[in-house]
Design a protein around this ligand. Structure first.
Ligand code: KG4
Ligand code: ZN
Length: 355
């Protein structure tokens, strides 16, 4: 019987140092033997955002410790690894370099293939850690650096249907949180605040809402929130603003997703709709996207929350898919801070840059 490949995945594109080991199971979903994520929230908290040099230093300090830890958890000897897959972009160049150079050294020392993974492809394939997917499928990628609707036509084959033309959705959550005095990364806290607030208290703008197509925009929303924030007096006012912000986001996503489904159906027959990336952990967003999917006969699939935010299991699964196709990279492969999934789509700020 042919040996089932074991892949080591490494993720260091931003502020999470993550390593995972997965094993192929043939026809079934792969087995996750170990999956460790070390967040740097504490390192960046006081700066209100990720400081690249500090992030890179922290990756350097932890990468080998975490790799040893996943080997121990998975009870796998390093010589049993069949390939080393690591995020090579998009992301912060100093952070990408730490993980990817570590992967190069490991692959060279073991004499095993090196696989350069696009971080966004990791998010796109992350539901494969739990369920079977059939190409083509519709993807909404909502993270701290990206907001895109894509038709996923196969491994490495993406057609962008829509994107943010300014801020990413996670960035909008984090900026709103910062205005409300919540420390970085504030996205998850906004969801908690919103639960206690009145979503109809503050009417907020929905930029390019009535423009055709499924591009999105969130920068104008931030400006409006700054204005309202000057009038806030009580904690309840803050809850109400968080709730009004989240409600506005839900309305934008509801409408734009309808348009994206229409676009997708014009070119494809698939009915799976994957919602991936850190913001996909938001329960209200999940509810609304389930509803719109149901209305338009699409099947909404959300990765478990641990696979929505940055992790290395998603890098390992993308690596495994590439491994099966013999899609390896040379040791002179350079990291790519900008690496859009659909290289033919016009460049827009939100489309391929992580920060
Ligand atoms: O995918 P991810 O871990 O990193 C990137 O690739 O960017 O996404 C992180 C983003 C942050 O902006 C964070 O605030 C947001 O996801 N986020 C949330 C929630 N959980 C994480 N935003 C809204 N509601 C949440 N529950
Ligand atoms: Zn990410």
């Amino acid at each position: 019987m042919k040996k089932k490949p074991i892949i080591l995945g490494i993720e260091t594109s931003c502020d999470e140092t993550a390593v995972s080991i997965i094993k192929d199971t043939g026809d079934h979903i792969p087995k996750i033997l170990a999956n460790v994520v070390s967040s740097q929230d504490k390192v960046h908290k006081k700066y209100g955002g990720v400081v690249p040099e500090l992030a890179a230093r922290s990756h350097l300090e932890k990468i080998d410790i975490i790799t040893k830890k996943v080997l121990k958890i998975s009870k796998i000897k390093i010589s049993q690894i069949d390939a080393v897959a690591a995020t090579a972009g998009p992301g912060l160049i100093v952070c990408l370099s730490v993980g990817f150079n570590f992967a190069k050294a490991l692959a060279a020392a073991l004499g095993k293939p090196l696989i350069a993974v696009n971080h966004l492809e990791g998010h796109a394939l992350s539901p494969k850690l739990q369920t079977k997917l059939k190409y083509p499928y519709l993807l909404l990628l909502i993270s701290g650096g990206h907001t895109q609707y894509l038709s996923v036509n196969g491994l490495g084959r993406y057609k962008r249907l829509g994107t943010t033309i300014d801020d990413a959705l996670g960035e909008a959550f984090d900026k709103t949180a910062k205005i409300l005095g919540i420390r970085f990364p504030g996205g998850p806290k906004i969801e908690i605040y919103a639960k206690k607030g009145n979503p109809n208290r503050y009417p907020l703008p929905k930029p390019i809402f009535n423009r055709g197509g499924c591009n999105l925009s969130f920068a104008g929303l931030k400006t409006a929130i700054v204005k309202v924030s000057r009038t806030l007096k009580t904690k309840q006012d803050k809850y109400d603003l968080a709730a009004s912000f989240q409600k506005t986001i839900l309305e934008i996503l509801f409408k734009k997703t309808k348009l994206a489904i229409n676009e997708f159906k014009k070119i494809n027959k698939g009915n799976q709709f994957i919602i991936a990336g850190g913001v996909a952990s938001n329960n209200k967003i999940r509810e609304v996207l389930k509803k719109v999917s149901c209305d338009y006969e699409m099947h909404a699939i959300f990765p478990n929350k641990e696979f929505c935010t940055d992790n290395a299991a998603m890098i390992a699964i993308a690596g495994l898919e590439k491994f099966k196709k013999g899609n390896f990279d040379n040791l002179d492969f350079s990291v790519k801070p900008r690496w859009p999934l659909d290289p033919k789509a016009a460049f827009l700020k939100g489309a391929g840059v992580k920060l």
